[in-house]
Write a protein that binds this ligand. Structure first.
Ligand code: NAD
Length: 246
């Protein structure tokens, strides 16, 4: 894929760049996106039906088992060259922020620190009743696990469908998006709100919008640059050509 010269010039001049990532960024690490078929035992379940507070209240053992399975395979994969390139961007760009919809923790593992995990992190837990953080990932005595303080259910610290984002995360995401000179939308179908509205907000504020995705999305007609392809290939190439790095 040829990176357009005018994009390279814009990136070199920009101090404030924001990247928003989705499940596509982790695909080359071996993590399936939500909209792909699930495998084995889980093939018959729709993730959209499992990742809800109602599903957990109805059948906590089933949903906990699903998270246990996801944690296991996520813990066996590694960040890919796309993740590594985003760490390099944080090092090279004066005011870089990474906003992710992914809950797999791979950006943190790769080394990004100016990072907003908009939908939480699958390796953390919290009390369903009081929201307090709970130590431990999967090593609880009871199943489904119960909060040692109040006896309520322990749940993964992720944002489920129908739930609100953590206010401080959303506020910071809005703040950096509004200030961005360039906004990169990478590996996301741009369907899940409120993340999907961030590139539109950046556009409204005059930012240059870039999409990196092998397929078109609902955002495609609105962006200034479309880089069609896998993020694990395009991001390292972009960093190499623009900043002579990676
Ligand atoms: P999505 O599944 O709706 O869309 C994934 C997008 O990635 C698609 O547009 C697809 O064309 C693109 N894509 C596929 N391969 C790619 C590649 N190699 N490089 C770049 N792009 C690629 O994902 P979404 O938009 O993130 O929304 C789904 C929701 O599911 C989010 O809320 C997210 O939290 C959650 N989710 C997270 C993970 C994870 O943490 N890894 C995995 C599945 C779902």
């Amino acid at each position: 894929m040829k990176i357009p010269d005018d994009l390279v010039q814009i990136l070199r001049k920009s101090r404030r760049i924001v990247a928003l990532t989705g499940a596509g960024v982790s695909k080359e690490s071996g993590i399936p996106t939500f909209r792909e078929a699930q495998t084995g035992l889980w093939a018959k379940y729709d993730p959209m039906q499992l990742a809800t507070p109602q599903a957990y209240r109805r059948n906590p053992a089933l949903v906990w088992d699903w998270y246990r399975w996801r944690r296991k395979y996520i813990s066996e994969v590694e960040p890919n060259p796309g993740h590594v390139a985003l760490v390099e961007m944080e090092r090279l760009i004066p005011e870089f922020y990474l906003i992710t919809q992914n809950i797999d923790g791979l950006h943190r593992q790769a080394g990004n620190e100016k990072l907003i995990e908009l939908h939480g992190n699958i390796f953390r837990n919290k009390c369903f009743e009081e929201g307090i953080p709970i130590d431990g990932v999967d090593n609880f005595r009871d199943f489904p696990p119960q909060c040692p303080e109040c006896g309520g259910l322990i749940r993964p610290d992720v944002v489920w469908f129908g739930e609100n984002l953590l206010a401080e995360n959303l506020e910071l995401a809005l703040q950096v998006t509004q200030a961005a000179e360039v906004f990169l939308s990478i590996g996301t179908s741009s369907l899940v709100q409120p993340a999907a509205s961030l590139p539109l907000l950046a556009l409204e504020r005059g930012a240059v919008i870039v999409q990196i995705n092998p397929d078109d999305t609902i955002l495609t007609p609105q962006v200034h640059f479309v880089l069609r392809g896998a993020s694990g290939e395009i991001l390292p190439q972009l960093v190499r050509i623009t900043w002579n790095s990676v």
